[in-house]
Design a protein around this ligand. Sequence first.
Ligand SMILES: *Cc1c(COP(=O)(O)O)cnc(C)c1O
Length: 358
Amino acid sequence: MRVYNFSAGPSMLPLPVLEKVKSQLTDYNGTGMSVMEMSHRSKPYQEINDKAESLLRELLSVPEEYDIIFVQGGASTQFEAVPLNLGTNKKADYVVTGNFAKKAFKEAGKFTDAVCVASSEDKNFTYIPKVDASSFRKDADYVHICFNNTIFGSHWSYIPDTAGVPLVADMSSCILSEEIDVKKFGVIYAGAQKNVGPAGVTIVIVRKDMQDKCQSICPTMLKWSTQTKEKSLYNTPPCWSTYVAMEVFQYLKDNGGIKAMHKINVEKAGLLYDFIDNSDFYNNGVAKDDRSLMNVPFVTRDPDTDAKFIAEAAKAGFVSIKGHRLVGGMRASIYNAMPVEGVKKLVEFMKKFELENK
Ligand SMILES: *Cc1c(COP(=O)(O)O)cnc(C)c1O
C-alpha cells in the first residue's frame, strides 16, 4: 500500500510516472536495456536529454536567451558555483530567509565579498523581509534569494527590484509549483528531489550573458558554460534522474501544465492553512502573506503532543511529517505529487487528533 508521504525531500512522485518508469525499467522503448545501462552518448539518451530540456522550457516558458542544464551536485553545489561563475566585481548581496539561504551566503563568503543585506533570522525566519532597489549595492555581481524556504515554510510573495543587478534564485522546493517570470532572473537553480524527480540531478536555468563572468579559479565542473556548451553532456550526466524528471515534465504537460498545478497547490495549501488558522489547537507562525504553498509547518501546544501526533499520524499512513529540528513540531510538504485527497485526509486526521487530545 502507498502511504501519504509528506517528506520535504526526497518526496512523492506522481504514481503514473512511477508506473510508466517501472514498465520501461528493463527495456526502454525497445532498446533492450534500461536507461540505467545506457550510454549517455547513445541516440536514445540524447533524445531523453533533449526532451527533458524542451519540456522544461515549455512548462516554465523559458525564453531563448536562457540555457537549461541538468547537472550533478545538488542545489548545495550551486551555492559555490554561483559566486564562482558571477565574479566580475567579487561582490554579492544575499537576502537570508532560512537555513539554505544562510548556507548559500556562508559558502559565497569563501569566494566573494558576500554581504547579507537583509535577514529574517530575528524572528526565526517566519517572514520575508521587504527589500527594494535601495537595499542592494549597485556594483554587486548579483543578488541571491531563496524563493521558497523549505524548512521554515515561507515563500517570496514578490520578486525584488534589484535595479538591474542580476537576481539569482534557489527554487529547489518550489520550481514547477507555480508560474514564474523567468525574465526577472539571471539564474534559477533547483535540486530535483523536492518537486521534480529523483535526487541526483540539479536544474540550472542561466541567461547567456551570465556565462562569461567567471572567476579565473572557477573549476571546470562548476562552470555553467562547460555544460551549456555541451548540452549537459560534458561528462557523464545523472542519466536516470534526468530521465525520470523528463517523464515528470511530460506528465505535468499532459495534466494542464504549471497553471493547473498551481491551482491545485493553492487549493491544497488553503485547506491546511484554513484549518490551522481556525483551530486554537494547531499553530503556524509564518506571516500570512509569506506562506509557502509547498511546505506547511505547524505545532500543537507542546513538544510531547507533537511527538504523539507524529507517531499516530505514521500509524494512520501519514509519514515523514516530523518538522525540521530547527523548527520542531510538524511539517507537511505538499509538493505537486501530493494529491488533494492526501491533504483532505490529513486535515480529517488533525481534527480527530485535536478532539482526542484537547
Ligand atoms: C533541499 C534544498 C537544498 C539542498 O539541496 P541538495 O540538493 O540536497 O543540495 C537547497 N535549497 C533549498 C531551498 C532546498 O529545499
